[in-house]
Design a protein around this ligand. Structure first.
Ligand SMILES: [Zn+2]
Length: 1008
């Protein structure tokens, strides 16, 4: 054995002897065949693998075909029974050898096809030997399986009548559990992938055959049963693609057989997947596989300017997310990417572009730019940032870009220290309030109440409305009534694409979490998940007793012109406080989400208190269904309601790992128990049978997911808001910013500047804040810049809570840290990068159905204004001020991991080889995560990751790191869910934790 394996020549000689046929004598050839069979015996482990590789290297296939042909000829010419016996045994031995190599040779089927030998293997070898010699069954089935895996060879086999051959094979193999039967079932699941073959499958009567095999499923055990059921269900799923197939499956009671299997299905986790596939099959067979929508695309459409909108292949993107095998991809991105980083089709689409950028980065390094840089008098903190040219420079001539850069000077006026001494800029000298604040004329007169006296209205309203931040006590200049008045002004002056009919109460009430500590639920019990799937299957197969009723439909509301015009006319307001308590017993639960950040599309009552809900995809898109925010009213107290959001697109969710939706009761709020709380039980997230396909293209195997949760309401006639995570809309940001600016107006020691960075795509104001302590001629030369951005992904509202914590700490923090921080740094803050996405209830994109965190390499001034201008600000610092920012940090939320952690960029962990030539300053890279780890109890150092992946090149973190050589470029991620370690282990994220993280991030900056 070892002798043969040591040298290629050994196997070559053996094969040569086999080829020589009769010359060496029948007996001798049989002996050689025995040796060959022994060589590939699995018990030889590694040596066997060597032999197999040698076989592939020796181009075994033409030789094998020749040998087989010769042996077959010999056997048919043979007159002496003993000799025939020997030849047949030689054939069987040789088939064992051949099948072992074929199984390990991924090109086997392709080569057989190229040599036009599919027919030979099927008709000459399989048919003649299989039915004559039972010892040949295993190797022949293995060879046939290899041929069935290839599209072309499967198609040829179909034409050659392979289905009839298989039907006959069944009778030889029998129905007793065993490996051969499994291979046949595998072959069928492969062959039926081709539509023509699945028709042949039915015509050959194989549906009944496979049912017979499965009728004995109780005799099967463990892995065997798992594989058997997987092969069976995937064959059925293939057959069910055609109407006749679906009809046949129902008619022969295959579904009933499976239905019985579901009830007794083994409890192992591995069978959960089988159950999900069964629910998919049932959905297909009973026409429950297409979402109950006229069209999948969002009904909210925005006319993108310039007609140059990059249209993504929405289909493939949503397919990616809902892929059958998508979990694997997702898990990968979980390990070393972030949620910000959900694999989507844009990644692959951008890859090539990135490469182009990369090479042109190297090629283009005009001297002009360098000389320009020398004009600057300021020192560079790292001195090497000019090596790489920003990518967005490449599209325009240098001079035009530079003149453009000059226009950013206005955002850096704090650096214009004159010789006259102190630069004395008060907020009043610049525009200190958001523009929307001056639009007082729009205020509904009912809201124009007199302002309450100054002071924190904590006692008055029984909850804190400006801050929950422990270290940030400050006296505010006005009351909640005034704040609400301002809220109405802003809410009525913003531009929105989605239709609005009201102001959502929790935001209007500046809600926080109701409790500071809420425990997470335990990980979803798999039994619950199973029971949901099985009850779905039973309900679908058995027929539904409740006639589904559409309760709410955004699509209809949008087409109802009367509804629309009346909605447009009235000023937006909130009357929830007056409307609670109203209960109409003739009506069931009522739904509404036409408000900022709301996104319910349809509510269908499917049981007495069961509702199927569909959420609206991002504007101009048909995917990214994850965030939700809606209101229910006309509640009955102490009864259980179940909500199933049936069009979720992510493959996995923290809802299976202890996360609960957020719940806000208006009645509770008026009774002094205001705030968001985690609520809901029997929560689970699972793959359902709805396909991510249009009605035209039903053959898509990727499916949607259902988030199911049950709630009971404490009050009758209550109005309750339900959300994916703690909402933080644009209007609230603007009102709170205004409040903060007013409160810091009188201070001479710090510079607080509000600028409108730009207008968003739908002409809303994008704020930029500058915060630092007073600068003089001396300090201006030592102050460094920190850039903070947040909420590029609108569904990640947690990012804005962290940002709120940062702003409150910098402006009102009462510790010595704050003074030191502001003396050391100028903070440039863009608190909401994706204003449009937030306003219009999107989860991931803005109005162009592009992920703005995939646009940082080449942002378009027209389509991605916030990204473009933020990047230009950083460029201004680097090129004009000659000052590389000490830190860039982008705030995000994570939907698959717990705790809070960083993603950063390390040269040594980059996908690009040329990066690996650079040295990491690991002290510099790790100092922030390490100090965060010391300071923040919420932070988890071991979750941090510094890989630079190709698919992340277009994210803020990587683009800024690469283009401007900012070594400390991070994404800060906070889980939507909670903590699984440290002081907060088992606790769910609340507003207090998020605010605290913001504060801790600031403190950590002092240790850089
Ligand atoms: Zn994100």
């Amino acid at each position: 054995m070892r002798y043969v394996a040591d040298d290629l020549l050994g196997l070559q000689i053996l094969l040569q002897n086999m080829e020589e046929g009769n010359n060496i004598g029948t007996k001798k050839r049989e002996s050689i065949s025995k040796v060959l069979r022994e060589l590939v015996n699995p018990k030889h482990g590694k040596l066997r693998a060597t032999i197999i590789n040698q076989g592939i290297e020796l181009n075994y296939l033409p030789k094998s075909i020749k040998i087989l042909k010769d042996l077959l000829r010999h056997s048919s010419n043979c007159k002496i029974p003993e000799e025939m016996e020997i030849v047949e045994s030689t054939i069987v031995n040789f088939l064992w050898f051949l099948s072992a190599i074929a199984t390990n040779d991924s090109s086997f089927a392709r080569h057989v096809r190229d040599m036009l030998k599919v027919k030979f293997f099927h008709s000459e070898v399989y048919k003649k030997i299989f039915f004559a010699k039972s010892a040949s069954h295993y190797p022949l089935l293995k060879i046939l399986r290899q041929l069935s895996k290839n599209d072309d060879t499967a198609s040829i086999l179909g034409k050659e009548g392979v289905m009839t051959t298989i039907r006959k094979s069944f009778s030889l193999v029998g129905t007793t559990p065993g490996g051969k039967l499994l291979i046949i079932m595998d072959i069928l699941s492969q062959l039926t992938k081709k539509k023509t073959n699945s028709t042949r499958f039915q015509k050959a009567g194989l549906l009944v055959k496979v049912m017979q095999v499965f009728s004995n499923w109780e005799l099967w055990r463990g892995q065997g049963l798992l594989r058997l059921s997987k092969f069976l269900i995937s064959t059925y799923n293939h057959v069910a693609r055609t109407p006749s197939g679906r009809k046949a499956i129902i008619k022969c009671d295959a579904i009933l057989q499976i239905r019985k299997f579901c009830d007794a299905c083994p409890s192992e986790r591995s069978f959960d997947e089988v159950l999900m596939r069964i629910s998919g099959l049932v959905a297909t067979c009973y026409h429950k596989d297409i979402l109950p929508l006229d069209k999948v695309e969002s009904p909210i459409v925005f006319q993108v300017p310039d007609a140059v909108m990059k249209v993504q292949d929405c289909g493939s993107s949503s397919d990616d997310e809902g892929s059958d095998d998508g979990d694997e991809d997702d898990d990968k991105s979980d390990d070393n990417g972030s949620d910000d980083d959900v694999a989507s089709s844009d990644d692959s689409g951008d890859k090539d572009k990135n490469n182009d950028n990369q090479s042109s980065d190297d090629d283009m390094e005009p001297l002009k730019v360098r000389s320009k840089l020398k004009l600057s008098t300021r020192r560079s903190s790292t001195g090497d940032h000019q090596q790489s040219l920003p990518s967005n420079m490449q599209r325009q001539s240098i001079s035009s870009q530079d003149s453009k850069l000059d226009s950013y000077k206005k955002f850096f006026t704090e650096f214009e220290v004159t010789k006259n001494g102190l630069f004395h800029r008060k907020v009043t000298e610049t525009k200190s309030t958001p523009m929307a604040m001056s639009l007082a004329s729009l205020v509904d007169e009912n809201l124009n109440e007199t302002s309450k006296p100054k002071g924190i209205p904590r006692s008055e309203h029984k909850y804190s409305w400006i801050t929950d931040n422990k270290d940030c006590e400050y006296v505010y200049w006005t009351s909640i009534t005034e704040l609400r008045r301002q809220y109405s002004i802003v809410a009525n002056s913003i531009n929105h694409v989605a239709p609005f009919v009201k102001i959502p109460y929790p935001d209007f009430a500046f809600a926080y979490s109701q409790k500071s500590v809420e425990n997470m639920l335990p990980t979803t019990d798999r039994a619950l998940l199973r029971s949901k799937i099985i009850s779905y299957i039973s309900r679908t197969v058995g027929g539904e007793s409740f006639k589904p009723k559409v309760i709410y439909s955004l699509d209809s509301l949008l087409t109802n012109t009367e509804e629309n015009s009346s909605a447009k006319q009235k000023p937006l307001r909130n009357r929830d406080e007056k409307e609670i308590g109203n209960y109409n017993k003739r009506l069931g639960l009522e739904f509404e989400s036409r408000f900022e950040s709301g996104n319910l599309r349809k509510a269908i009552q499917v049981g007495e208190r069961d509702y199927d809900l569909l959420i609206t995809s991002d504007v101009n898109s048909r995917h990214h269904n994850q965030w939700f925010y809606f209101q229910v009213s006309n509640t009955v107290n102490d009864k259980m309601y179940t909500f199933n959001i049936i069009n979720c697109t992510k493959t996995n969710s923290l809802f299976n790992y202890g996360m609960q939706p957020l719940y806000y009761s208006v009645t509770d709020a008026t009774k002094g128990k205001a705030g968001w709380q985690r609520s809901g039980h029997s929560i689970c997230y699972y793959k359902n049978g709805y396909k991510c396909a249009t009605s035209k293209k039903r053959n898509c195997s990727k499916v949607y997911h259902t988030l199911s949760f049950s709630l009971s309401f404490a009050h009758k006639g209550d109005i309750v808001y339900i959300a994916y995570h703690l909402p933080y809309p644009y209007t609230r940001l603007m009102v709170e910013l205004n409040a903060m600016l007013k409160a810091s107006e009188s201070r001479d020691d710090i510079i607080v500047k509000y600028d409108t960075l730009c207008q968003s795509l739908n002409k809303n104001e994008v704020p930029l804040l500058t915060i630092t302590s007073q600068l003089d001629e001396r300090s201006v030369n030592t102050r460094e810049i920190i850039f903070l951005t947040s909420r590029v992904h609108p569904g990640e509202s947690n990012a804005n809570w962290v940002m709120k914590g940062i702003l409150e700490f910098l402006l009102f923090g009462k510790t010595s840290h704050v003074q030191a921080l502001l003396k050391k740094y100028v903070f440039k803050i863009v608190p909401m990068l994706n204003v449009e996405g937030v306003i219009n209830g999107c989860h991931r994109c803005g109005l162009t159905s592009e992920d703005l965190n995939r646009c940082w390499k080449m942002p378009s001034e027209i389509l991605h204004p916030t990204i473009f201008h933020t990047k230009m600000l950083i460029e201004y610092c680097c090129k004009i001020l000659n000052l590389t920012p000490a830190l860039y940090c982008d705030l995000h939320g994570h939907s698959r991991r717990k705790n809070c952690f960083f993603y950063g960029c390390s040269f040594s962990k980059s996908w690009q080889n040329k990066d690996k030539l650079e040295l990491d300053d690991s002290k510099c890279l790790l100092s922030l995560p390490e100090s965060m780890d010391r300071i923040s109890s919420a932070f988890c150092l071991s979750y941090c990751n510094y890989d630079v992946r190709k698919s992340r090149e277009t994210t803020a973190r990587v683009a800024v790191w690469r283009d401007y050589r900012i070594p400390r470029s991070y994404t800060l991620e906070c889980s939507y869910c909670g903590f699984d370690r440290g002081q907060f282990k088992g606790i769910a994220f609340g507003t207090n934790h998020l605010l605290e993280i913001g504060k801790d991030l600031c403190k950590s900056c002092l240790e850089l």
